[in-house]
Design a protein around this ligand. Sequence first.
Ligand SMILES: *Cc1c(COP(=O)(O)O)cnc(C)c1O
Length: 612
Amino acid sequence: MIREAVIVGAGLGSRLGDITKDRPKGFLELDGKYIVEMSVRKLIEHGIERIVIGTGYCSEWYEELAEKYPAIVPVHNENYAETGSMGTLEVCAPHVQGDILLLESDLVYDSIALFALLNDPHRNVVLGSGTTQSGDEVYISVDDRQEVLQISKQLETVGSSYAELVGISKLSHETLITMCSFARSHHQDMPKMEYETALVGAQQAGQHLFVRKIEYLAWREIDDASHLSIAKEKILPMIKESESLRGVQREVLLNPGPATTTDSVKYAQVCTDICPREEEFGQMMRWICDELTDFVGSRDAYETVLFAGSGTLADEVMVSSCVPQDGRLLVINNGSYGQRLAKIASVYKLDFEVFESSTYEALDMKALHKRLIEGKFTHLAAVYHETTTGLMNPIPEIGKMCHELGIVTIIDTVSAFSAISIDMERDCIDFMASTSNKCIQGMAGACFVFCNRRELEKLKNEPMRNYYMNLYDQYQYFSRTLQTRFTPPVQVLNALRQAIIETKQETIEKRYERYTQCWKVLVAAVEELGLKMLVEKNNQSHLITAILEPTDTSYSFDEFHDRARDLGFTIYPGKLGNINTFRIANIGDIQPHEMERFVVFMKEYFKPLLKG
Ligand SMILES: *Cc1c(COP(=O)(O)O)cnc(C)c1O
């Protein structure tokens, strides 16, 4: 699996004259977007976690871009004016750990190029295309096994050209090292070496280098003003059309999970088959667990344990595994999910009690405090965000109260994690459950329990109440072997990895802002229509809104639902005892402009009904 890329972007771009007077070539604009930024986005969408960019001329542009994309690591080549692209690659090489994609900064290309290279069976592959007649061709010749013979701008040097070099390659770490030592031995005689020369050098030193040719690839390297105008007028429209053909039909899910996902998360499931017992897959699961932990606490003190299953499975894992034989559990019930935690406790015949509270009004903290002490409870279970109503429980406050009383906290954060900023230590949460298909914006099928490692270790000698869902067993087996005890959902985990990469780029704080913007658009429309919300605005999560159904009108949820569906929106009913609501969730890959489009429809639907 390729996780890192290097972009060589140090060059002066002198042939572009005035256009690059104040900026590196990567910052040429097409359609109001920087070409290198388009490339960065494509790399991230294809599962690249780290993008090392070798900078030189006007490097501050890259420093600024890195602030927008946490995946970018800018590395400066001090000597950029005296070296070629290979000099910049030499400076970047120590900053990558594994196999890489290597790209030039001045490329526009159809992202199918990345898919083809990432899925090519060879470890060292340069991408080639058919004839471009760009006037700046780099030719590649091959032997009869598609191995590279020569790469050169001189047709005489290559003999007969098999393909033109695009400027995107996949390289093993070993080949990168071999290229660097080839370059070092030629610092004197070839100070301005281009990386193509070192590629051929590495090939001659025994590295096998293949060509992957895509005859009609839409791409262009931009070296002068004429390339720029061709890219603008011809190439970019071709790329857009081709990429849009691979777009998946957009359905905006306004139900409370599974949430809408990006196409890149969907496509992350389309990958090579792998046996999950391979070390490589184990490393990927280790990465997923560590990165999930990073969102909520330090790896030293906290640990994430993965399971196959939906969010309820993670809830059942916690409730059945985290309360010892002599423990006493208090479950807060102020909605369907709190009730579910209590149900699980009853199925396992735990020593527990339920603390009932209103489903739409704030919890009585004083009464809770009193009950915790009087009942001599050792553990507390609660839901962070009651998805039934959109009611938020003040978990940081509850957690603090529990820890002061020496009570272990078990929290269902299924619909809160990755939207609401959580710090397990600050918020006094010992165990918490979530799933791959809500605010982390992945596919359904994986769930996880975040654990305070000290509390987790205390479960070591507890008798198991179940087998598949035992938290400690799963934890210790994975720590020892880098394998899960039972088959993990391989493709769902690949999608989860992609969802984590994208969450790191957006950040949880900004995601919450985006969700909140969508919520504000919704609430403004609800208020304009004069509809009532179940929960007071101040106690709402901004993630889901329960709206009371109007009575005495010809309103029908089914009709409302079906008409929304026709427009690409899915909405969800919600019944709370005898209160009828419908619920609009705004978690997932949803943009405010989509919510704007939804509320236009909502107003259209309700206005005539509410008039009468
Ligand atoms: C979605 C959700 C769950 C899990 O539901 P599944 O149907 O198992 O995915 C649990 N708790 C809360 C608060 C939820 O929102």
